[in-house]
Design a protein around this ligand. Structure first.
Ligand SMILES: [Zn+2]
Length: 280
């Protein structure tokens, strides 16, 4: 039986019994606990439908691929320990003024958030995704979390690239990668959740994390603060549009799958396009 149409299922978040068609779990408040009747099938993937694991493994695999693609170019010194070469990151879809305005690679707004510039960079970002993605999918549902994540990546890298091109001195990025733009988007969504629902615990926690991370970004050199700002704003706006007080719908799941498919296509297109123009 693929889809359960009646009776009760176990809530994927709190493991209490809920009706398969219930809008909301009585115990923990999770939206759509029956997952459109697919709960028995999908809850094996986890409370967030496996998205946290999916992002982490995708980032790790892409990181290893960017190292392997240009082994001679890997740098090993200091803060850039095990950093893939710039050429390799360009091929896989780094964003910023150079790829977007010099090479016309505007689709890298979608791809750059899945790439990382060193072992510390990826470690730090994966820690934050493990923290924030499950929390955001409890509050918005996993599909809307994926939509927020994707939009925040795009707005973050767009902000970084445009400010790099048009605002001198304040410095957007010439060349940028990393999951921190979508991570800031999740923070923006949690802050909005606090405002919309009056849950000051969630809102205040997210706010203090965001402030700490922003400050961290301004202290350390080479951090793409515009991507953080753009990601936060995009996540907040997307969260407002998706409204956490409304139930998650099946078309949200369709949109989330479309976001992921589009991103995968953009990464593949990035590689094909770059290899075509390098003639190697
Ligand atoms: Zn529940």
């Amino acid at each position: 039986m693929l889809r359960q149409k009646w009776g009760s299922v176990v809530c994927p978040s709190c493991r209490n019994l809920v009706g398969v068609n219930d809008e909301r779990c009585f115990t923990c408040g999770r939206w759509n606990p029956g997952l459109w009747g697919f709960a028995p099938l999908l809850s094996r993937l986890g409370r967030d439908l496996g998205f946290t694991q999916f992002v982490m493994w995708s980032c790790i695999i892409l990181y290893l691929l960017t190292l392997a693609f240009d082994v001679q170019g890997v740098s090993t010194g200091g803060f850039n320990f095990l950093a893939p070469s710039g050429r390799s990151l360009f091929v896989f879809g780094a964003s910023g003024v150079i790829p977007v305005f010099r090479a016309g690679r505007w689709w890298t707004f979608l791809t750059a958030g899945w790439l990382h510039a060193g072992v510390l960079h990826i470690l730090f970002n994966m820690m934050w995704i493990r923290q924030l993605a499950p929390a955001a999918s409890e509050m918005y549902g996993p599909s809307r979390m994926v939509i927020i994540y994707t939009i925040a990546g795009v707005t973050g890298f767009a902000a970084s690239t445009l400010s790099g091109a048009f605002i001198p001195f304040l410095g957007g990025a010439g060349f940028t990668v990393g999951a921190s733009a979508p991570i800031f988007g999740l923070l923006g969504a949690l802050v909005f959740y606090g405002r919309r629902t009056g849950s000051s615990i969630v809102g205040d926690q997210a706010k203090s994390w965001a402030v700490a991370l922003f400050i961290f970004g301004f202290i350390f050199r080479g951090v793409d603060n515009w991507a953080h700002l753009g990601g936060f704003a995009g996540g907040y706006a997307a969260a407002k549009f998706l409204d956490p007080l409304q139930p998650e719908r099946l078309d949200h799941l369709v949109a989330a799958l479309a976001c992921l498919a589009l991103t995968a296509i953009a990464i593949m297109f990035s590689i094909v396009n770059a290899l075509g123009s390098f003639r190697i």
